[in-house]
Design a protein around this ligand. Structure first.
Ligand code: AMP
Ligand code: MG
Ligand code: MG
Length: 337
């Protein structure tokens, strides 16, 4: 490779290291047991200390290296001095070694928008924390913490938790990084927790093994905590062989690219641009598609509205089939931007 890496490759390389740092923060806060939960719009829309610290870490680290980039994070935080130990300066060497797709080699910082979801699946993160807390009480009852809660099987929810950093140019999601902080949690002590996946249009996606749902099976993945009648009507209209209800937009795209689901169907407002930017880039990098329920693309310019008001429909293959099955009631209720 000749010359220094393109700006966007340096940005993706930084985002990779920064997402890993955020994953470390997310694990640390969980283990501390002090989640500092705040309700935003209601009990199904939460923010924890980990959301706050991870966003501070991601935004401060990226803007230190790339001061002219627009960075939009989910959490509304007061602007304050960031602790030095939250700043990540590393970059993925492997990404720096890659050639930039020619169409992105001249991008300038000013033209790039970064969408940050410091924790996608916060609801599931808090539920898993209660489960861990309960187990700790069960193992040390003399500590006399609160009453047992019916959450002892909720640990699987840790897989729903991701850190999302999406990179957009010209209104399109062109690259993304997903860190899954608790990946491999089942393997227990001694195994390295967490993994990082990344992808870029024109390069592909890495950090996982691409797989498709076998045969013609329609396995639909959808929300577990933000459902309503439109969502369930739309899922039913897909005539699924199986429905998988899991948390997080990032996690649902992982289901698609790892052959666990064929379509992500969410016929409701609720998901925002920071939920879909990184997952969309990774999905598109391997030939999949993420749109609203009409089959129209979302845009990720700095000035777009944050809400994905017309729902989320994502597939690895056969997108047109799923678009064609969306009921009229959904299309009428959810208008494209
Ligand atoms: P889910 O599939 O329910 O885990 O949602 C995926 C992402 O969209 C998560 O970041 C949720 O917080 C967000 N989301 C979806 N629906 C809503 C809602 N009704 N209110 C707040 N956030 C939502
Ligand atoms: Mg989210
Ligand atoms: Mg979030």
């Amino acid at each position: 490779m000749s010359g220094s890496p393109a700006v966007v490759m340096r940005l993706v390389a930084s985002a990779y290291a920064v997402a890993e740092k955020a994953g470390t923060i997310v694990r640390k806060v969980l283990h501390s047991g002090e989640l500092g939960i705040v309700e935003k719009t209601g009990a199904n829309d939460l923010q924890t200390l980990a959301d706050r610290l991870a966003q501070q870490s991601i935004c401060a680290s990226l803007s230190k290296h790339f001061p002219k980039i627009t960075i939009i994070g989910e959490e509304d935080l007061p602007s304050e001095e960031i602790q030095e130990d939250l700043i990540e300066t590393g970059q993925s060497e492997e990404i720096l070694q890659r050639s930039c797709p020619p169409e992105y080699s001249q991008l300038k910082e000013e033209e790039i928008v970064v969408w940050v979801d410091p924790i996608d699946g916060t609801k599931e993160y808090t539920e898993a924390s209660r489960c861990l807390h309960f187990q700790a009480v069960a193992q040390a009852p003399h500590k006399g913490l609160d009453t047992p809660q019916p959450h002892s099987t909720a640990l699987w929810l840790l897989d729903n938790v991701t850190v999302l950093i999406g990179i957009a140019y010209g209104g399109r999601a062109i690259a993304g990084v997903i860190n899954q902080p608790f990946y491999n949690y089942k393997l227990g002590a001694g195994t390295q927790l967490g993994r990082t996946m990344w992808g870029m249009l024109g390069l592909g996606a890495f950090g996982f093994q691409l797989q498709e749902v076998p045969g013609d099976r329609r396995i639909v993945t959808t929300t577990r905590s933000h459902s309503n009648k439109l969502v369930t009507d739309c899922v039913d209209a897909m005539e699924p062989h199986e429905v998988v209800r899991v948390g997080g937009a990032g996690n649902k795209i992982i289901q698609l690219v790892e052959g666990k689901a064929s379509a992500y169907v969410f016929a409701s407002p609720g998901c925002k641009k920071w939920d879909t930017c990184a997952p969309e880039a990774i999905l598109h990098a391997v030939g999949g598609k993420l749109t609203d329920m009409h089959g129209n693309a979302y845009r990720y310019d700095a000035n777009v509205k944050h809400m994905n008001s017309a729902g989320v429909l994502a597939t690895l293959r056969n997108h047109e089939y799923y678009v064609s099955r969306v009921p009229q009631s959904v299309l009428q209720a959810l208008k494209s931007d």
